[in-house]
Design a protein around this ligand. Structure first.
Ligand code: HEM
Length: 191
């Protein structure tokens, strides 16, 4: 129930997947909005504090997700997947993890460029380590935005892929990430 099996995702992996997915799209929207704010807007300082706080907490969630993934069996792809789809989905999943970590690393370098730590909603703070590189905040900012766009674009392709499995192939790929896949012996789409 909590843990993955060869046949499907457990509750922990499912909750972590959707938590990260919602947080990524929310942070993307918040990031685009806040960088366009006027200096005198009441959200000018508050929005980046929230963006950074969620980003730091998301890093902890992602670290736990990766540990959980290593400690659990990886569900077998649905039998309807071609060899190409199996390879492509493994590559996309790996790239999503890499992009997530890279976006966070760049965000860390922007926020700590001037030597100040990052505060996570007053719970704890992350100290600055690498500071004072030439134009650090601006360069890390460009990289952060470019990687975030790549991440959201790849996540959209990934989501379209799972919708194709649901609507065209009519397999359990999407349903089992929603905790509604049943078991392979009794596929939900069979009459
Ligand atoms: C930023 C958004 C997202 C990220 C970063 C993300 C990331 C991932 C990753 C890394 C996996 C592989 C899980 C593993 O085995 O470790 C995965 C699986 C999956 N994701 Fe997403 N995802 C996102 C959004 C979505 C959306 C919007 C949908 C559906 C509309 C979706 C549907 C699925 C499904 C169905 C699987 C299971 C695929 C399988 O069993 O092979 N994801 N996702």
């Amino acid at each position: 129930m909590l843990r993955n099996t060869e046949d499907g995702y457990g509750l922990v992996a499912i909750v972590l997947h959707w938590l990260v997915a919602v947080a990524v799209f929310a942070l993307f929207g918040l990031g685009l909005w806040m960088t366009g704010l006027d200096y005198y807007d009441p959200w000018y300082h508050r929005a980046p504090e929230i963006h950074k706080g969620i980003g730091v907490l998301l890093f902890l969630v992602l670290a736990f997700r990766l540990v959980w993934r290593l400690a659990n069996p990886r569900p077998e792809p649905e039998p309807s997947l071609s060899a190409f789809e199996r390879r492509a989905s493994r590559l996309v999943h790996a790239l999503l993890y890499v992009l997530l970590l890279a976006v966070m690393a760049a965000g860390y370098l922007i926020s700590t460029a001037d030597g100040r730590p990052i505060d996570a909603f007053g719970l704890f703070s992350v100290p600055a380590t690498l500071t004072g590189l030439p134009e650090q905040a601006d360069r890390a900012g460009d990289v952060h935005l470019a990687l975030a766009i790549a991440l959201v674009a790849l996540a959209a392709v990934h989501a379209l892929g799972t919708l194709k499995h649901h609507l065209i192939d009519r397999d359990r790929t999407l349903l089992r990430m929603l905790g509604r896949g049943g078991s392979r012996a009794t596929p939900p789409h069979q009459p």
